[in-house]
Write a protein that binds this ligand. Structure first.
Ligand code: SF4
Length: 295
């Protein structure tokens, strides 16, 4: 029986991650032989340990805080950075290589403009996520900031609010905040700053999981969007495996299966997907497997 692999068309890097990795690669290329000092990224450029390791081999060292940086170049990852961290880096005179995703920059700009125009600002997202912290940092001092529906509903002394969202939020969650704000304030301005990369991956993976005998979700265990994809797929297809690399693929995972579905988080490199397919071919003992892309 022909073995078949269905791959989600959007599997792997989103636009912003692809761009950040290209910027990091280019910076590492220019930093050959230590010219211009060390190259550092403030936090891992992406949530994929294998890709971060490759960058490290090219000379990009991950640091967790601005305090650890004293010279050379610092790459700002796609989530962006807080205004205070950026100012601190500028004060140190290091070269800033900005790989902030343009969609995140837009959300930062809208938050700043709203606060300057006299709006209290609602930021829909996880307040502990670096992207949300960076968005909030662009809100002018003294302006009220709300990050939960409870805060919105309990707000006092506020007449008008503006709403922005973390780029990976769901549309339904944004709308729940909009509804709560409409009940509470006389003026509500909304910027839909959600990027469709997350929703697209989720939609495609949902469809695939229902068609496959066994479903594979490839990507870092530390990647929130990959873990979410695995949860969604598992709810539809209990035979779902979240693995980081082909090294974890075992014969029992594919035993008796003829159709394998494959999806990958927005931070999973193409070479991980390619490696997985090669290993699958070995396990299925076939020279070629039929591969189709699913949308
Ligand atoms: S998910 Fe969207 S906003 Fe986030 S890095 Fe990717 S393209 Fe940019």
């Amino acid at each position: 029986m022909t073995k078949k692999v269905l791959i989600a068309r959007s599997a792997g890097f989103c636009f912003g991650v692809k761009r950040a990795i290209a910027i990091a690669d280019e910076t590492a290329g220019k930093g050959e032989a230590g010219k211009g000092g060390p190259i550092q990224s403030l936090g891992p450029i992406i949530h994929n340990p294998q890709a971060v390791e490759r960058l490290q081999e090219k000379g990009v060292r991950v640091v967790e805080t601005v305090d650890e940086i004293s010279c050379g170049k610092v790459i700002i990852r796609s989530h962006g950075v807080t205004r205070s961290d950026r100012a601190a880096l500028e004060g140190k005179g290091v070269t800033i290589v900005d790989a902030t995703c343009p969609f995140v920059t837009k959300a930062q700009e809208h938050a700043r403009t709203l606060s300057r125009d006299g709006y209290a600002v609602v930021v829909v997202g996880d307040p502990n996520h670096p992207e949300v912290k960076s968005i909030i940092s662009y809100i002018e001092k003294g302006v009220s900031v709300f990050t939960s529906i409870a805060e919105v509903s309990a707000a006092k002394g506020v007449r008008k609010v503006g709403i922005v969202a973390q780029t990976t939020q769901s549309f339904d969650n944004l709308m729940a905040f909009v509804a709560a704000a409409m009940k509470r304030f006389s003026e509500v301005r909304v910027f839909n700053t959600i990027c469709n990369a997350t929703a697209l991956r989720q939609q495609e993976s949902t469809g695939l999981a229902g068609m496959a005998d066994v479903m594979f979700v490839l990507g870092g265990y530390n990647s929130a969007n990959t873990r979410r994809l695995a949860e969604i797929c598992k709810a539809i297809n209990p035979r779902t495996h979240h693995i980081e690399t082909e090294g974890e693929l075992t014969p029992s995972m594919v035993e008796g299966a003829s159709v394998a579905g494959v999806t990958a988080g927005a931070s999973t490199p193409q070479w991980i997907i390619a490696g997985f397919l090669e290993r699958l071919k070995e396990l299925w003992k076939c020279d070629a497997i039929e591969v189709s892309f699913y949308r």
